[in-house]
Ligand binder design. Structure first.
Ligand code: BT5
Length: 260
């Protein structure tokens, strides 16, 4: 377990990671971050844990990560955003993290809609963004980031879809360094994002995705949509051209279909 001092040592940021809470084991860093944010914790506060007993994914799913080998963190932000831009925050988190992993590993990572980061087609990072509003104004958002760093293997049900930096590069990564890269990349992008400017974020995200032009299938609210992914909507949805016209998806998992 890295101490707060070690995580701070060499961290070259003003906001992200200025305050860090470390845990050996916790239910979920996102749950903890939401409690702290509701109690007024300042922007940039990080909760980082070696292990989560109830790590969460989107849509009620779970995040599984071995103790001591990965990065499991949440960071609190309080941008003054209009409500229609909140859906763009996961792209900010994904791009910031992808750039950090690229600095650490020296290769390009892929972004998959809405907020996965892939390496050689397998997921090495998941992002869970949760937000809270007061009278239609964003009070805070919690960015939860799980990066598979030094984990050597995954359970049977995950191993076809999940990978770690260690599995792909055949060497151990310094988690402290990766953590600091994540803080730095997020902070750099945040100078635009906090003012509602997502231009760099979206351009960077688009340059790392392969989805556009492909045939996809996606389950949304019990409906299975099929069609060609053509664009992102202004609020972060995936625009799909279906036989019944254009539809926008806001949640769900994209599967590339045969015709791609
Ligand atoms: C996500 O959800 O990918 C968001 C994961 C966010 C995890 C971080 S860890 C720190 C913070 N605190 C939390 O409690 N959560 C955040 P989703 O797109 O729903 O993907 C979840 C699915 O990915 C699961 O249902 C599994 O199929 C798969 N999965 C679970 N653990 C994985 C792992 N370590 N690597 C790759 N895939 C995984």
């Amino acid at each position: 377990m890295y101490s707060k001092e070690e995580l701070h040592n060499g961290l070259n940021t003003f906001i992200f990671g200025k305050k860090i809470f470390t845990y050996d084991s916790i239910d979920s860093t996102n749950t903890c971050a939401k409690t702290l944010a509701s109690a007024g914790a300042e922007e940039g506060t990080v909760i980082i844990a070696e292990y989560q007993t109830a790590g969460r994914g989107r849509l009620g799913r779970t995040w599984q990560a071995e103790s001591g080998n990965n990065i499991l963190l949440s960071v609190i932000i309080r941008p003054k955003l209009e409500i229609n831009k909140i859906g763009l925050l996961p792209f900010f988190a994904a791009v910031g993290t992808a750039q950090a992993l690229e600095t650490a590993a020296g290769v390009r990572f892929e972004c998959k809609w809405p907020n996965d980061i892939l390496l050689n087609g397998k997921k090495c990072c998941g992002i869970l963004l949760e937000s809270s509003f007061q009278h239609n104004v964003l009070d805070y958002a919690v960015i939860g980031i799980g990066v598979n760093v030094n984990q050597k293997s995954f359970d049977e049900d995950l191993k076809e879809r999940a990978t770690s930096l260690r599995q792909e590069f055949g060497r151990e990564f310094d988690r402290r360094e990766v953590f600091q890269h994540i803080m730095k990349s997020l902070e750099l992008l945040y100078s635009e994002v906090k003012n509602g400017n997502f231009m760099t974020t979206l351009n960077e995200w688009k340059s790392r995705t392969t989805i556009f032009g492909k045939q996809v299938a996606i389950n949304q609210a019990g409906e299975r949509l099929r069609g060609r992914a053509i664009a992102l909507s202004a609020d972060g949805g995936l625009v799909i051209e279906t036989p019944d016209g254009r539809k926008i998806c806001y949640a769900g998992d994209v599967v590339f279909t045969k015709e791609s």
